[in-house]
Write a protein that binds this ligand. Structure first.
Ligand SMILES: Nc1ncnc2c1ncn2[C@@H]1O[C@H](COP(=O)(O)OP(=O)(O)OP(=O)(O)O)[C@@H](O)[C@H]1O
Ligand SMILES: [Mg+2]
Length: 246
């Protein structure tokens, strides 16, 4: 469960708000999607939840644990984070990148291998062909899938994903969607995902929050957004994608 209340961020005192009074709640088993134009504060929101950035004000709790009262390292280990830029270590192989946290946590080598191979299969990168290659020998979409496998390695209850499928072609993207839906059905994660694709948000999201200039303009289920948009901005976001709803 992720609970965020009146979360704000100003990078400079008295400056513009990158994020302003953002509140939402994601329950276990849910996928929430943040969507909005470039620069509206999506990544900043995720970075605050992951504690890479200190909020200017507001509160965050994860599975009932308050941000203020918890240890930052334990907090971060409780969640997988797929960063927007992928951020693989260039001097490490694909396998080492995926296992990086597991290794730091002292997991046994054979256990690590088994898990990383399984995840590589899951994201469509056969381990026999990819384990020993380096990130710059992979395409952008393949690197993105390594980033997803890395975030899942320790099987965290909470997943933060910043445009995880942005560089994938439609077929792989669609199969990753199915994987995510299955994974969530079986393992009941709490997932917060950033996307710029409303069809993707409608397909995956139980909750969708539409952001503009640091604030949430409207949040709700796909149905609520389509049937009761609060303004033209939201209606425009939904228009092109509404047809994809079942
Ligand atoms: N470290 C920083 N210092 C100052 N301003 C920042 C910093 N990081 C982000 N910003 C500003 O905060 C605002 C929100 O940025 P953010 O990265 O959250 O946008 P975003 O919604 O993720 O955009 P995109 O879709 O392009 O990834 C932007 O105006 C950005 O320029
Ligand atoms: Mg971003």
């Amino acid at each position: 469960m992720i609970h965020v209340e009146k979360l704000s961020k100003q990078f400079q005192d008295g400056g513009a708000y990158a994020v302003r009074d953002v509140s939402f709640h994601v329950d276990k088993g849910q996928i929430a999607c943040l969507i909005g134009s470039s620069g509206c504060g999506k990544t900043t929101t995720l970075r605050m939840i992951n504690r890479l950035l200190e909020p200017s004000s507001g509160s965050i709790s994860i599975n009932g644990v308050e941000y203020q009262s918890s240890d930052p390292i334990a907090w971060r280990r409780g969640m997988g984070y797929v960063v927007q830029s992928v951020g693989l270590m260039p001097h490490m192989t694909i396998r080492q990148n995926i296992e990086i946290l597991s290794r730091a946590m002292g997991r046994e080598r054979s256990e690590r291998r088994k898990r990383s191979r399984k995840l590589m299969d899951m994201v469509g990168l056969p381990p026999d062909g990819f384990s020993d290659r380096y990130p710059d020998e992979l395409s952008g979409g393949q690197q993105q899938r390594v980033g997803i496998a890395r975030a899942l390695m320790e099987d965290p209850p909470v997943l933060l994903m910043d445009e995880p499928f942005g560089a994938l072609d439609p077929i792989i993207r669609s199969s990753m969607h199915e994987e995510l839906i299955q994974l969530n059905r079986q393992l009941q994660k709490t997932i917060l995902m950033v996307t710029h694709d409303m069809s993707e948000a409608f397909k995956l999201g139980n909750l969708i929050a539409i952001m503009d200039q640091g604030s949430i303009v409207q949040q709700g289920t796909p149905r609520q957004l389509i049937d009761q948009p609060v303004n033209e901005f939201v209606a425009n976001f939904c228009r092109g994608a509404a047809l994809d709803l079942p």
